[in-house]
Design a protein around this ligand. Structure first.
Ligand code: FE2
Length: 312
């Protein structure tokens, strides 16, 4: 079973991988590529990097109810087990596909962080890393509210505690995407964005689901889509057709990729590494830095700042 880091505050490097799912037979009929070699190359490249923590952004498999899909997945990520990596995961829609209860059982049996709740948080020094389950229809109304209340409490704690300097939020579905066969998850706007925007400490929201790399900047916040772990590569709206201005200007299909984040004193340093063909060497696709805000308090909730001293 994959475990979270034993000492989160010592984590300096984090790798994010999204959408490792294989194509199912009917997708193959539609002409979607299987990409097994690319999927393996991502896994092996991450194993060689030996990050302190790997966070999976969901859709590890095509059909979460199928034991055969998960057995194949176990073989795929064997290099991570052999390297002794700490790995946590979020659930994607495909991890719940056909039978959410079975999907959850498979997730819980492989990822320690999934055993209690499908959401999680780690305090990594001055960084609060939050993982959310964006599968609202699977969680149901009561469980979804429980998660949203938990999310609000975590952010209230972050606002109140000067030692927390930055917050990174991960989830599967993207609030914003230029995907041609996908759409902005507007239900997430209403549920998540008011809290996310309530403090300057939230630096970025990172998702998968769209099998491409996208980087949007809206106001002070960055929204990344990192779905390049091996699923068939999706095409994006380009040029004047874009719903959102993408800071990544690479043509489609975008490279297979993973994201490496290095935690430094000034903030988070992002490097996106990838390739188009499996024979190609890994190359830098994008890199940027997100600084921790200098002001410790929140920009939008001055009345609540400092009142809640609960842990984040
Ligand atoms: Fe998905």
């Amino acid at each position: 079973m994959f475990s979270p880091p034993k000492n989160p505050s010592a984590v300096r490097s984090i790798v994010l991988v999204g959408d490792q799912q294989r194509a199912f037979w009917f997708e193959r009929v539609l002409g979607r590529k299987q990409n097994d070699a690319a999927r393996r190359k991502i896994v092996e490249s991450v194993a060689q990097e030996r990050p302190d923590l790997v966070v999976l952004l969901g859709d590890q498999v095509f059909c979460g109810a199928l034991a055969s899909d998960w057995r194949r997945y176990d073989r795929l990520v064997a290099p991570w087990r052999e390297a002794g990596l700490s790995v946590c995961c979020l659930a994607g829609n495909h991890d719940y596909y056909l039978n959410p209860k079975r999907g959850r059982k498979h997730l819980r049996s492989r990822f320690e962080n999934q055993q209690e709740t499908p959401w999680f948080r780690f305090e990594i020094g001055e960084l609060l890393l939050i993982g959310l389950d964006s599968n609202r229809w699977v969680l149901g109304r009561r469980r979804w509210k429980e998660q949203m209340d938990w999310f609000a409490d975590r952010l209230a704690g972050a606002r109140a505690r000067p030692e927390i300097r930055g917050v990174l939020v991960c989830l599967h579905h993207p609030p914003f995407t230029n995907c041609r066969i996908g759409w902005d998850r507007e239900e997430l706007h209403e549920a998540l964005l008011p809290e996310f925007l309530s403090t300057r400490k939230t630096l970025a929201m990172v998702s998968g689901h769209t099998h491409a790399f996208e980087r949007f900047v809206k106001g002070e916040k960055t929204y990344l889509v990192c779905g390049g772990g091996g699923g068939f590569r999706m095409s994006l709206l380009e040029g004047a057709d874009q719903r959102h201005r993408d800071r990544c200007t690479l043509p489609c299909p975008r490279p297979f990729h993973y994201v490496r984040i290095d935690r430094k004193d000034d903030g988070l340093h992002f490097g996106i590494w990838g390739f188009d063909g499996v024979e190609d060497p890994l190359r830098s696709i994008d890199q940027f830095r997100l600084d921790y805000p200098k002001v410790e308090g929140s920009s939008k909730r001055p009345s609540g700042e400092g009142e809640n001293s609960s842990t984040a």
